[in-house]
Design a protein. Structure first.
Length: 233
């Protein structure tokens, strides 16, 4: 079948995944750029919006801090901290408020004990281990004689855990956005037309998670195809 990185399976599985990923990244950057130019009527910063949404949703004691980078925003349940990037923390735009509220949505999930979030958190250590070692293990197994095919299978199982993590991430991210939009609406932080802009930003961001899941699934299918081809050979 040839070398792993240069066989036909790349074009069948990885090229579509790459195209979908690039489209999703382009859409989220475009949406964020568009709504980063529109200031909200209430002039709240991303940090203020995150704090307000978190408290409204019942997540108290959440710290909001600024971090460097672009779209590096995240919520860390270990220290109950929302970290907002430079373009979000102090900005008063629709995009900034939407992204900040999304991270506050994760804080609310943590406070409410949202079950899919618990599963996702439990898988983090295993996924970190598996995602780092899966591909190297598969490559080593492919280099070794066929009697070591079990090593390839071990690598595929480890990568399957990473795929499972990506799939569980989807409802967690969608739910965080739902909580964010609901809170922004009910608190009046954003007016109806502004809310539509926040929805557009979060929908575009959701596409990146769908693209990541698609890419993970296609990679897994490629690994399985390569392994099966080796067994036939």
């Amino acid at each position: 079948m040839g070398l792993y990185y240069y066989d036909y399976t790349y074009f069948i599985y990885m090229l579509p995944a790459l195209i979908v990923t690039l489209i999703a990244q382009s859409r989220v950057k475009s949406a964020f750029r568009k709504y980063s130019q529109i200031t909200t009527m209430k002039n709240l910063t991303g940090a203020q919006a995150a704090d307000a949404v978190a408290r409204y949703g019942g997540a108290f004691g959440v710290q909001v801090q600024q971090i460097s980078g672009n779209l590096t925003d995240n919520f860390d349940p270990r220290n109950n901290t929302i970290s907002l990037s430079d373009d979000v923390y102090s900005a008063t735009t629709i995009a900034a408020v939407g992204v900040a509220a999304h991270e506050a949505g994760h804080a609310i999930q943590n406070a409410k004990g949202y079950f899919p979030n618990k599963i996702r958190s439990a898988l983090v250590p295993v996924t970190n281990f598996g995602s780092r070692l899966a591909i190297p293990i598969v490559i080593v197994g492919l280099i070794l004689p066929p009697q070591y095919n079990v090593i390839v299978s071990v690598g595929i199982v480890l990568y399957s855990l990473a795929v499972l993590f990506q799939l569980i991430t989807l409802p967690v991210e969608f739910n965080a956005s739902y909580r964010a939009i609901k809170a922004l609406d009910e608190t009046g932080i954003l007016y109806p037309d502004e809310l539509e802009g926040a929805k557009a930003v979060l929908k575009a961001a959701a596409m990146t998670y769908l693209a990541a899941s698609f890419a993970s699934i296609m990679t897994l299918l490629r690994l399985i195809t390569v392994a099966n081809g080796r067994r036939r050979d």
